[in-house]
Design a protein around this ligand. Structure first.
Ligand code: PLP
Length: 362
């Protein structure tokens, strides 16, 4: 007998992140991972540095001070917050705790690719539900629920499409699900959204026993390298997460930097305001070039390219040759598209000029 992992594990296609390097290019323009254009808060960086001498100590396994800072910031209960090594950590923990062999995990067809990875890791079946206009479809999802359904994932807004469902639609989704199904609302980009009909699911996570909201410090806070995320949910689900999580899943430096980042409200406002200027500008420039733009409420935009020779793959190569990295989204069943993160003004002007040159090139 040979050593083999559990059924399903070898069906997992390893996660492919946005590229970070181009051989021979010292400082590529990186618009492939949705990291906030303005970088981390200087206060968060100072807190991280200040922690250096203490790194020989184990962290507080309960992330107590960070949870209390989050609780105060959002007006919620610290007892119902769990911190993790990025929100991906929490997504995996929830899936493994609530789904297993024979169970089904539902997500939108163009939804974040960690959800099917987590489902397969748990031994469950990952079910991709069709979307409408590249947007999560509440009715299609409810129609696909069976007694085997254990978890429904929705990123709101979604990566890589940038689309969202309004508060009322989220309520309708929850109301239509059996109470035995866990609804995970992944609000990784929630801080970027400025629409009145949107919310992060915080209230629902506080009142409904089967709803979890996940959040991250990787996007608007620009701290992806530190790995810090958190969840807010019912007392029962919080208890489950605290049983299954790694006891020291958040480093002390990440806890300290997270507290400082939360206290620097002005830095978050600057990041949102920057995005509010440059995302619409970029969308307009792409439309002016004749390209199809999926309306986004996040800090990235999905652009559709024409057929070869002006295909998305050809555009990606052209941009890369110019030192610009954007994201291919073939794994999301979107081979005709590229996802472009909103960067600095200089970066956005460079990517617009390069895409224009690409379309005009022969
Ligand atoms: C980037 C992203 C995350 C965050 O992952 P972390 O593990 O917190 O870095 C979660 N969900 C979605 C949809 C994302 O795009």
């Amino acid at each position: 007998m040979t050593l083999t992992p559990r059924a399903g594990i070898l069906d997992i296609a390893p996660y492919v992140g946005g590229e970070a390097k181009i051989p021979g290019v010292e400082k590529p323009i990186r618009l492939a991972s949705n990291e906030s254009a303005l970088g981390p808060s200087p206060k968060a960086m100072a807190a991280y540095h200040a922690h250096a001498a203490d790194m020989f100590r184990y962290p507080d396994g309960g992330s107590t001070a960070l949870r209390h800072t989050l609780a105060k910031h959002y007006g919620i209960s610290a007892d119902r917050i769990v911190c993790g090594a990025g929100s991906d950590d929490i997504i995996h923990l929830l899936t493994c705790a609530y789904a297993g062999p024979g169970d089904e995990v539902l997500y939108g067809k163009h939804g974040f690719s960690i959800y099917p990875i987590a489902a397969l890791q748990a031994g469950a079946k990952a079910v991709a539900v069709p979307e409408t206009n590249l947007t999560f479809d509440v009715d299609a999802t409810l129609a696909r629920v069976t007694p085997k359904t254990k978890v429904v994932f929705i990123a709101n807004p979604n990566n890589p499409t940038g689309t969202f469902i309004p508060r009322d639609e989220m309520k309708r989704l929850h109301a239509g699900l059996p109470k035995s199904v866990l609804l995970v609302i992944d609000s990784a980009y929630g801080e970027f959204v400025t629409r009145n009909d949107y919310d992060t699911g915080m209230e629902m996570a506080g009142t409904e026993p089967n709803v979890v909201m996940t959040r991250t410090f990787s996007k608007i806070y620009a701290m992806g390298g530190l790995r810090l995320g958190w969840s807010y949910t019912s007392a029962e689900i919080t208890d489950v997460l605290n049983r299954v999580r790694n006891p020291f899943n958040v480093s002390s430096a990440a806890q300290a930097a997270g507290i400082a980042a939360l206290e620097d409200v002005a830095a978050v406002d600057r990041a949102r305001e920057h995005n509010d200027v440059w995302r619409p500008w970029f969308e307009q420039e792409m439309k002016a070039l004749g390209l199809d733009v999926t309306p986004s409420v996040a800090n990235f935009v999905l652009i559709k390219f024409p057929a070869a020779p002006k295909s998305a793959d050809a555009a990606w190569e052209f941009l890369r040759a110019r030192g610009i990295l954007v994201r291919k989204v073939g794994v999301y069943h979107l081979p005709e598209y590229l996802r472009v993160t909103i960067g600095t003004e200089v970066e956005m002007r460079a990517v617009v000029a390069a895409i224009g040159d690409f379309l005009r090139s022969s």
